[in-house]
Design a protein around this ligand. Structure first.
Ligand code: HEC
Length: 105
């Protein structure tokens, strides 16, 4: 009985500890950036960056540098939420910013 509940506790713990996006991402940095973008950004910015929901800026027209994009993703701006506690790992923000820059037309 005790062993059985320990078993379930262990399973629960392991489900909780795999929520780091880096562990479920795969492929090249550009592909990981795209996966993060699809998960977190598409609902406002759209898959091409130009959806503009909730007043989201058109990413195809953005003139920001990579560092400025990383800053906005981490800290949010206006209606856009901050992602520094949602997305794990410094490299995730770099992948995302690099992906955002590829949307530019
Ligand atoms: C809830 C909707 C929403 C989500 C989700 C969202 N954004 Fe935004 N985003 C906005 C809004 C609104 C702005 C404009 C903020 C302002 O200037 O006041 C914005 C602005 C930006 C800018 C600045 C563009 C510029 O040129 O000024 C970047 C870059 C950006 N978002 C990237 C992202 C990325 C990457 C994600 C996913 C991690 C994301 N956003 C998720 C709503 C959103």
């Amino acid at each position: 009985m005790v062993l059985k509940s320990l078993f379930f506790l262990t399973i629960l713990f392991c489900v909780g500890c795999t929520d780091s996006p880096q562990e479920i991402l795969s492929g090249t940095p550009a592909e990981k950036g795209e996966q993060l973008y699809q998960t977190h950004c598409v609902r406002c910015h759209g898959s091409d960056g130009n959806k503009g929901a909730s007043g989201a800026k058109q990413l195809q027209k953005s003139t920001l540098s990579k560092a400025q994009i990383i800053d906005i993703i981490k800290n949010g701006k206006g209606v856009m939420p901050a992602y520094k506690n949602t997305i794990k790992g410094d490299s995730s923000f770099i992948w995302l910013a690099e992906y955002v820059l590829t949307l530019k037309k």
